[in-house]
Design a protein around this ligand. Structure first.
Ligand SMILES: [Zn+2]
Length: 233
C-alpha cells in the first residue's frame, strides 16, 4: 500500500475511468476528460438551480463543482479511486486539472478566493486512510490558482458515514463536528471550502457554521468540489 502511494505521488498512472494512459495532467485520459458530465458555476443569482443545496443550513455564495457525481456512471470511478484506493497523488492532480479548467472558463470566479479550506477528517480516519482526499484536492487547486490551503479547521470527533442518510440525518450526524483553531485568520477573506463531493450541502454548511461559531468574519464563503451529487463521505 505504501509503495503504491509513493508511486502514485511520483508518476502519472492510468486513467481511473477507462484504464488508458492518463495523458491529461496525469489524471485522466483525454477522452474521459472530454466526456465528463460537467456542471456550470452556480452562484447566488442562480440559487433556484441549487436544489441540491436546498437543505444546507448556510448556503455558500457560490458552488463550483466539476461534474455531476453519479455512482453508477463511469466517471464516479475517479472519485472512488482517489479516495479509497491509496491515490493521494491522483486526488491532487484531479484538483489541479479542475482548477486549470475552472480558471480558464471562469477567470473572475477563480480570482476570488484568498484561502482554501479542505473539509477535515477525524485524525483516526485520516491515519487509517493515510491521507485526506479533500486536502490533496485543495493543494492541487491551490497550486494552480496560487491560493494557500488552510490547516486550522479540524474535526473534533468521528462521525458515521453519510451514505444512505437523509438530509436531516446528515445534518444531525455532523452537527458540531468542526472546530476552527485561529478564527481571526479568516477575517475579511474570501474563503472557499473544498471537498470531493457535495451531496446535500450539510457538510459544507457545517463548516460555514463552525466559522461563524468561532467568531471568524470571512468576507464570503464559497465551495469547490470534484463531484457534486449523490456522494458519500
Ligand atoms: Zn479514460
Amino acid at each position: 500500500m505504501l509503495i503504491s502511494r509513493i508511486a502514485d505521488l511520483l508518476m502519472p498512472c492510468e486513467c481511473p475511468v477507462c484504464g488508458a494512459p492518463a495523458d491529461a495532467g496525469g489524471a485522466l485520459c483525454a477522452g474521459c476528460l472530454l466526456e465528463m458530465p460537467r456542471l456550470p458555476l452556480y452562484d447566488r443569482a442562480e440559487s433556484a438551480e441549487l436544489a441540491i443545496l436546498a437543505n444546507a443550513v448556510c448556503p455558500p455564495s457560490f458552488i463550483a463543482a466539476w461534474m455531476l457525481y453519479d455512482p453508477f456512471r463511469p466517471h464516479a470511478e475517479m472519485i472512488r479511486t482517489s479516495k479509497y484506493r491509496g491515490r493521494p497523488g491522483l486526488a491532487r492532480r484531479l484538483g489541479a486539472l479542475f482548477a486549470a479548467e475552472f480558471a480558464d472558463t471562469y477567470p473572475e470566479a477563480a480570482a476570488r478566493p484568498d484561502v482554501l479550506i479542505p473539509v477535515p477528517m477525524y485524525w483516526r480516519k485520516e491515519l487509517t486512510r493515510g491521507y485526506n482526499q479533500a486536502v490533496c484536492i485543495a493543494h492541487g487547486i491551490g497550486n494552480v490558482l496560487g491560493v494557500p490551503v488552510a490547516d486550522n479547521l479540524v474535526a473534533v470527533r468521528p462521525h458515521a458515514t453519510q451514505t444512505r442518510r437523509s438530509a436531516q440525518q446528515r445534518r444531525a450526524n455532523i452537527e458540531g463536528i468542526f472546530s476552527v483553531l485561529h478564527p481571526s485568520d479568516f477575517d475579511g477573506l474570501d474563503v472557499v471550502i473544498v471537498d470531493d463531493v457535495i451531496t446535500t450541502g450539510a457538510t459544507i454548511g457545517e463548516v460555514a457554521i463552525a466559522l461563524g461559531r468561532a467568531g471568524a468574519r470571512p468576507a464570503s464563503v464559497g465551495a469547490m468540489a470534484l463531484g457534486m451529487a449523490g456522494g458519500e463521505r
